[in-house]
Design a protein around this ligand. Structure first.
Ligand SMILES: [Zn+2]
Length: 473
């Protein structure tokens, strides 16, 4: 395929923008050198253009996944953790298996997760990788970037890690060496120097992301880490308030709620986004909104681990950027953005309805507009890209990067739709992807990432799961 592409005759185009701009009236998209140059109807083909026929297809922006742990792609459905809540699950699955991730196994796990995402229309991935130890004999950051770029995807490393051992991993079998603060900061600095791009259409970015900041750093290091990140021009990320255990810990150790603890330590602001944020007081929601701190909303993982339901619509109303993440495969067996978004769309309506009360005590039936398809698409595209700092990426309009997915609604699941534009989110499932483009390059065609042997990857995955089981016993 050449650099100039004309996509024609789409049934509908969703832009990723909020409100009245969510739907485009255009049916054609012209792309030159990776950038959308024109959107309209009946655009005439130019002599040097490749034409893609999008008849009966809908076009969405490429998804932006703002929270993941790709290494966990070989830890799906581990029986020891399948019916556990967050804290015992952490011990039974991620902490228990993490030692098994050498260079080769990490690479295969990362590739599986990225391919799953790509096959759901995702083009930008932010991965919270926290397996960093002093003296590691391979560069995990380099592996992550290499694998993403080999598939043609944009990648942001959320550089995790800890300088203290948390109570849950103090058991001898789960113990892992921690970095000193100096080691962590100098490693982040070296990684950022090499990989962190600041251009609007960057392919690589880095964020400072201590794993769970209330337990990964001692109190006195929080401000130091936040200041170091900001001095390097890096954004801040961490897990926060995923379960009630976060509240228990912060009350006991710091005498306040988790978000208050972050506020006191310079960990709120428009350059900070936090994964989960399930358990929040009204005051914490207000603090997050006022400071424009974002959320990586991971509803499937939160449901699977029985954490609860994050108040994403309430956060959005208060001014917090809501973005979407699939979280690691050890707590969400579908690293599939469509599945995540379909779930989010329904979940908040269900929750609003569950809170409705009969008249005259309440307002009667309510909650039918608790989330709209357009809003969910915005959260998972433009909102995510802006939160991560990819300024030229995340929605479909002239001048933006050509990151997009063309869904063919050719499965009976989508037959009979009055409004095809909402099909992929409202009907769920995995729609047939005719093409995915990132930076104007076709990186997937007819559900297959270009240049990838899926069958071989499946064989490798099965072999690595067996090897992990041997290691574990
Ligand atoms: Zn996570």
């Amino acid at each position: 395929m050449n650099n100039n592409i004309l996509i024609r005759n789409a049934a509908a185009i969703m832009t990723g923008l909020p409100g009245s701009k969510a739907r485009s009236s255009a049916r054609d998209i012209r792309i030159e050198s990776g950038v959308i140059t024109e959107m309209g109807n009946g655009l005439p083909p130019l002599p040097d253009e490749e034409q893609l026929d999008a008849s009966n297809c809908v076009i969405y922006p490429g998804w932006v996944n703002t929270h993941h742990h790709l290494f966990q792609s070989l830890l799906k459905g581990v029986p020891a953790g399948i019916n556990l809540t967050l804290s015992p699950w952490l011990q039974a699955v991620p902490f228990s298996y993490r030692r098994g991730f050498d260079e080769k196994r990490l690479r295969i796990a990362v590739r599986i997760g990225l391919v799953e995402l790509l096959r759901s229309g995702c083009t930008t991935v932010a991965d919270h990788h926290y397996l960093f130890q002093p003296g590691q004999d391979f560069d995990a950051a380099a592996i992550l970037f290499e694998e993403a770029h080999a598939l043609g995807m944009r990648f942001m490393l959320l550089r995790g890690g800890a300088t203290v051992t948390r109570k849950l991993e103090a058991d001898e079998k789960l113990l892992q060496a921690t970095e000193t603060l100096d080691q962590m900061l100098s490693s982040v600095q070296a990684t950022a120097k090499y990989f962190h791009q600041t251009t609007p259409m960057a392919m690589s970015k880095v964020a400072m992301a201590p794993t769970s900041v209330h337990v990964s750093l001692p109190k006195q290091e929080l401000k130091e880490v936040a200041r170091a990140a900001r001095s390097m021009g890096l954004r801040l990320h961490s897990h926060m308030s995923e379960s009630v255990a976060y509240i228990e810990h912060c009350r006991e150790k710091f005498g306040c709620l988790p978000i208050e603890y972050l506020a006191r330590n310079e960990w709120l602001g428009p350059d900070v986004w936090l994964a989960h944020l399930v358990h929040l007081s009204p005051e914490e929601i207000r603090m997050l909104g006022e400071s424009r701190t974002g959320i990586a909303h991971c509803p499937q993982s939160n449901a699977r681990l029985a954490d609860g339901i994050a108040p994403a619509p309430a956060l959005a109303k208060m001014g917090s950027p809501v973005t979407m993440g699939v979280d690691g495969a050890a707590s969400n067996e579908a690293a599939d953005m469509i599945s995540e978004l379909h779930f989010a769309w329904m979940l908040h309506r269900a929750q609003a309805g569950a809170l409705s009360r009969a008249r005259p005590e309440g307002l009667g039936e309510e909650g039918g507009d608790a989330t709209t398809v357009e809003q969910i698409i915005h959260w998972a595209s433009q909102s995510g890209a802006q939160m991560l700092g990819f300024e030229g990426v995340g929605h479909l309009s002239a001048g933006m990067a050509a990151d997009l997915a063309v869904y063919a609604l050719d499965d009976p699941r989508y037959f009979g739709l009055h409004d095809p534009a909402i099909g992929p989110i409202a009907s769920g499932g995995r729609p047939h992807l005719k093409w995915v483009l990132c930076a104007g390059k076709v990186i997937l065609e007819d559900d297959l990432p270009t240049g990838l042997d899926l069958e071989r990857l499946g064989i490798q995955a099965r072999a690595e799961v067996q090897a992990l089981l041997v290691l574990q016993n």
